[in-house]
Design a protein. Structure first.
Lengths: 111, 113
């Protein structure tokens, strides 16, 4: 069935290191992918997105990579900071209609 | 300030007592959506709306109703709440279709006893 999952439920990194959060998706019809950050007590907040006709997109300190061959998505955060500690969700959108979220990865940043 | 608002933020109710959670956005967005968030399950889409009077089911629509009579509002209705609907609910909106950044509300924590 349709699913978006994450390889690791928690990730702990040292401040200043790079973080990589992975995500697997199963729906070949998905054409838009998004990463969201959710801090405690708040709604998800958009980080970066990528369309299926791209394989890489960069933002400020973040990069999203899309590998459609193996249906894999990753979020790279450069020079991770304490403020990056949160739960990160990948999500896929199918045809502009349904949105499917992964279960989330909790990122801990050690000072 | 561009935002999505939800009311109430917290609600404790009893089984079978109808309730409505309101959602409003001030960004003139066409697409609106409701999600529920449960531990270990991430966010699951309940219903979405592409525009006024256009709604469709997400992955977990059972036990919920929605309406979209105005562009800015997208209320979530639980006609007969049950304990398995205890959850954290988020409303979101985006410009155009769901292929754009979604802006989320602050969430509504619902407990059904």
């Amino acid at each position: 069935g349709e699913s978006v999952g994450l390889h690791l439920p928690t990730l702990s990194v040292q401040e200043g290191d790079n973080s990589i959060i992975n995500c697997a998706y199963s729906n070949s019809a998905s054409d838009y992918f998004i990463w969201y950050k959710q801090e405690s007590g708040k709604g998800p907040q958009f980080i970066i997105d990528i369309r299926s006709n791209m394989d890489k997109r960069q933002g400020q300190r973040v990069t999203v990579l899309l590998n459609k061959t193996v249906k894999h998505l990753s979020l790279q955060i450069a020079a991770t900071q304490p403020g990056d500690s949160a739960v990160y969700f990948c999500a896929e959108n199918i045809g502009g209609f349904k949105t499917i979220f992964g279960a989330g990865t909790r990122l801990f940043v050690k000072a | 300030e561009a935002q999505v608002t939800q009311n109430p933020r917290y609600l404790i109710t009893v089984t079978g007592k109808k309730l409505t959670v309101t959602c409003s956005q001030n960004m003139n967005h066409e697409y609106m959506s409701w999600y529920r968030q449960d531990p270990g399950l991430g966010l699951r889409q309940i219903y979405y709306s592409m525009n006024v009077e256009v709604t469709d089911k997400g992955d977990v629509p059972e036990g919920y109703k929605v309406s979209r009579k105005e562009k800015r509002n997208f209320p979530l209705i639980l006609e007969s709440p049950s304990p398995n609907q205890t959850s954290l609910y988020f409303c979101a909106s985006s410009l155009g279709t769901g292929r754009n950044e979604q802006y989320f509300g602050p969430g509504t924590r619902l407990t059904v006893t």
